[in-house]
Design a protein around this ligand. Sequence first.
Ligand SMILES: [Zn+2]
Length: 540
Amino acid sequence: MNCDVDVVILGGNVVTIDPANPRAQAIAVKFGRIVAVGRDDELRPLIGAGTKVVDARGMTITPGFIDAHCHPMDAGRRSLLRVNCGPDVAPSIPEVKQALINRAQATPPGTWVLGFGYDEAKLPEKRLLTREELDEITTQHPVFIEHSSGHIGMLNTAGLEKGNLTRNSPDPAGGKYGRNSAGELDGCVFETGQDMFIGRGSYRGKALIPDPTPEEDRKALALASREAASLGITSWHEMLADPPMLRSYQEARTHGELNMRATVYIHVDYLNETTGAGLQSGFGDNMLRIGGIKLLGDGALSGRTAFLSEPYAGTTDDYGVLGVSPVEMEEQVLAAHRAGLQIGIHANGDRFLGMVMDAYEKANTAFPRQDHRHRIEHCSVMNTQLLARMKRLGLVGIPFGSYIYYHGEKMSSYGAKRLETMLPHRSFLDSGIPIAGSSDYPCGPWNPLVGIRSCATRKSRAGEGIGLGQRITPEEAIRVYTMGGAYASFEERTKGSIEVGKLADFTFLSEDPTTADPERITDISVVATMVAGKLVYQKE
Ligand SMILES: [Zn+2]
């Protein structure tokens, strides 16, 4: 048997996130695990004839980044099958139109032309697309453009015809069809108005826009894996999976197309199937495992639909939107909790956060379970009482990491007082509440360094400070994006820090974020990414 170690990394600035040994120079890897951490002179004797030696001089090495709430399959499907209409790629309406025209010209007539990421708030025109504009792109293809919030779709005439929508169509329950002053459909469909196109709600399984094929899904995951690796991500939590998605994950993994570690949280619609099969959190292995059950909840921060106890600033009666029945949520939480599953619930507004904690408290009172680590996804409009309750109930918070930087300009409707304790990273850490880093990609940027910068500066892209008292240090932010994510999926014993025995997942950076100017953290580049001691990305 060959006794040499497989890989020795030398000369690096290793930020270990291990409090007992915070910095090192060298790491040795065997069979995908860390076997030694220390100084170059301590590890050099481990180098044998079969050892690959990595020269990391000038680089900072952190544990591989973990994104604890994202939607990589969706992201991959979008990049593969849809046109990016986001402001970073198409910064004006003429540029959005041109991108769609290019796609239409390469698409057989009658086939859908799909777009995503449209966000008028970040465009000079400050308005949605009109049906007439989309008809100018093509009359030969139905067109559907998804708004970045996910709450609005925009269609051309051919698209509206696919849905048999006319000026006489009544608005659906829970949604709306946009109309111009003459009462004609203007092409916009709001909330449940999108359901027939995307196969949601009562249209589940009957979407007018065809679902991706299993082959497309595997390609989508391969694409997402490559993108994640280029950002230094080595593990992700896929936050809303259905059976076809889970199947595609397994196939992508078998075919070597998934080079990330994925923890998958299953949509609550499949709670009965999951509990019926006897699945519990942690089923799987180090590459692909079941995390638990994901429940939806109140609205979105940016859509001003988070469910609040005090009205939105400047209104007297706008409290946001409660998207679920609290009674049904409590039943689902109880069933998943009893079955040994971890639960993650989407909750933004303070009023809904209280309801989520009610549900968790009732379930754990009825059937006490040690170390359940039930999660609150987003955890946005917090306050001191909610923080104290979260700590007492042993809950894990998954606050948006990059929200302040990326969407800060959308937060003014919460008013100055609430902003002091929104996404309160400092208070979470000071209260001893475990938290993890998350992007909600593709709803926010995937790059963990954007999240780390946002947590460390609490400044929007325009430079506006928001709740500056909630800043954490870059090193704390790195810990949130590594150990925090590992803890949130019960994997803190196998990853999240650079310690002997843990998985050899590393991110190589061009500079040290713990000593760089926090506002420049996003200028740092990922030089390479390793999963299980193998390079999955190397910068050219
Ligand atoms: Zn999400």
